[in-house]
Write a protein of this length. Structure first.
Length: 318
């Protein structure tokens, strides 16, 4: 068979497959998406159990540090509560400060990508999902604050932007044009959409956390699994539309985005320990940050396999 004809057939087969993915997820949005299907309970306070954990101990990188272990039980409980509140902020900041602005930019034509038809509709649906997720997480934080009788002043002190946004902003400082900043943010967005469902699962999988929190996270996870397929496929389908400069900018920032999304946020961990009045908070964080046995990144193996697969499909060398 003529090679050109075979390539044309392969291209059409791939295009049909990708269109099927986006079409299917777009058409069943009203039944699969939490914002549409009515599965999220707005006021789940009866599910709050004061004897259950607010945050998994194994996700506290300093949990085994002797000075932390010697702290009063009430203070360690407060650390777990503040960690849950801060973790929700990290999720919301990822969606509101990174993912949503990047998706809006490609819809508005601020990049070379030409997003029309069902792809545009799918991204619009994704944006609606993301803002509803922020609403869900705000409710979850409110339940915890009321259940633990935490001062709003303490909660408002956890106002540092999440590291995923801070790493993007640091990268953007060296970029001269708006389109470069948009493309860099898109790299962070793609990594986020391919990874956030596993990040959510790190907490939802713990059987000891609050049932209302676990329920919320599993609903969010399900939405994000769909987003990973949607955004990944739409980017595969439109990547060829990038001019050389925008393509190079996107590829350059992917590894930075991967590090930014998964890294431990030592600055925020110190904020949390200090707010809970843990003695020697700064020293505890210093010790753990410089301990060779303590990883600097949250392990997101499945997610980064997805990123690597995405890059392989597009012949991107990380």
């Amino acid at each position: 068979m003529n090679q050109t004809i075979q390539q044309s057939i392969n291209s059409k087969t791939t295009s049909n497959h990708s269109n099927n993915i986006v079409n299917r997820l777009c058409s069943n949005w009203s039944t699969r998406a939490t914002v549409r299907n009515g599965e999220f309970v707005e006021t789940p306070e009866p599910f709050f159990d004061p004897d259950m954990k607010d945050f998994p101990e194994y996700m506290l990188p300093f949990n085994k540090h002797p000075q932390y272990q010697n702290a009063a039980l009430e203070k360690r409980q407060l650390v777990e509560t503040l960690s849950w509140i801060s973790w929700n902020k990290r999720v919301v900041d990822t969606e509101e400060l990174v993912i949503s602005p990047a998706l809006i930019a490609i819809m508005n034509g601020d990049t070379d990508l030409k997003i029309t038809g069902v792809d545009r509709m799918a991204i619009r649906q994704t944006l609606v999902d993301e803002y509803f997720h922020s609403h869900m997480h705000e409710i979850a934080v409110g339940i915890t604050v009321r259940g633990r009788d935490i001062s709003e002043d303490i909660v408002s002190s956890l106002n540092r932007p999440a590291c995923v946004y801070r790493t993007y902003k640091k990268a953007a400082e060296s970029l001269e044009t708006d389109w470069e900043k948009d493309i860099a943010r898109l790299a962070w967005c793609v990594v986020g959409e391919l990874s956030i469902y596993e990040f959510l699962g790190k907490v939802s999988a713990d059987p000891n956390i609050q049932p209302a929190s676990s329920s919320l996270l599993k609903l969010h996870e399900r939405d994000e699994a769909a987003h990973a397929s949607l955004i990944g496929q739409i980017m595969r389908d439109h990547f060829h539309e990038f001019g050389d400069s925008q393509k190079q900018c996107f590829v350059k920032h992917l590894p930075l985005a991967m590090d930014g999304f998964s890294q431990e946020d030592w600055v925020v961990w110190q904020d949390i320990l200090e707010l809970a009045e843990i003695d020697d908070a700064k020293q505890i964080v210093f010790d753990m940050k410089h301990d060779s046995k303590t990883p600097d990144n949250i392990p997101l193996l499945r997610s980064y396999q997805k990123v690597e697969s995405f890059c392989s499909d597009l012949n991107i060398k990380l």
